[in-house]
Design a protein around this ligand. Structure first.
Ligand code: PGA
Length: 256
């Protein structure tokens, strides 16, 4: 299915064995018509085993929040794409702004991680987004294009087949303040046009989701934008009712 709406939860550094089990139970009970929207959950490494077991043969897909650019060897504390794949991880977030900022991840490192995910057969969810200062300086497109181009120049546009872009304005993450739907829609359209310059079909098929304080009460308006194909949801993915309502807001999108 081309550009099936996609909603991914990013638990960040939250969770616990008992809380995870309760949350997943509620989600699986509440997720009826799951075929219209693809739902994934990106969990902290220690819970991959637990969550992958609980999601087996369910409509929810498993993801991770980061990975090493290396495949194996002397890299203390790192986790490779092949290790993630062992737990049936289909998605992995790369270049989240919390890592770009707090862990000083460069565009080049993010591009390497993107390649490592692809090499292991996983689907990278590449996060792009500007800070408040950059937006105020009218540099939004310059920044997201630079972040995207780092991946395109290293791996080529074919690497975007099946990949997901997540436009996440840094000033909207965890801030309780979202980009206005039209404002986000403009950036999504610009990103798609940028990819279209390289490959029209790849651009038409590319899922570009929005992240940054997506909630039950703003999801439908965001997802109604023609170039917004779903959401990357942080805080609200920890609350079953809230996350389910966001997933349902994805049902209204076209699915062909
Ligand atoms: P938020 O986080 O929904 O809590 O703003 C989104 C994200 O960081 O992916």
């Amino acid at each position: 299915m081309r550009r099936q709406p996609f909603v991914a939860g990013n638990w960040k550094m939250n969770g616990g064995l008992a809380a995870n089990a309760a949350l997943l139970k509620a989600l699986l009970q509440g997720l009826g018509a799951a075929d219209a929207v693809e739902v994934a959950i990106c969990v902290p490494y220690p819970y991959l085993d637990q969550v992958s077991r609980l999601l087996r043969d369910t409509p929810i897909t498993l993801g991770a929040q980061d990975l090493s650019p290396h495949t194996a060897g002397a890299h203390t504390g790192e986790v490779s794409a092949f290790m993630l794949a062992d737990f049936d991880c289909r998605y992995v977030i790369v270049g989240h702004s919390e890592r770009r900022i707090s862990h000083h991840e460069s565009d080049d490192l993010v591009a390497e991680k993107f390649g490592a995910a692809r090499a292991a057969g996983m689907i990278p969810v590449l996060c792009l987004g500007e800070t408040l200062e950059e937006r105020r300086a009218d540099a939004t497109l310059e920044v997201v294009f630079r972040q995207l181009d780092a991946v395109l120049s290293r791996h080529g546009v074919t690497a975007l087949a099946e990949a997901v872009l997540a436009y996440e304005p840094v000033w909207a993450i965890g801030a309780g303040r979202t980009a206005k739907p039209e404002e986000a829609g403009i950036v999504h359209r610009a990103l798609r046009q940028r990819v279209a310059k390289e490959d029209l079909a790849a651009a038409a098929d590319l899922r570009i989701i929005y992240g940054g304080s997506v909630k039950a009460d703003n999801a439908a308006a965001l997802f109604a934008q023609p170039d917004i194909d779903g959401g990357l949801v942080g805080g609200a993915s920890l609350d079953a009712d809230e996350f389910l309502a966001i997933c349902r807001a994805g049902f209204g999108k076209r699915t062909t």
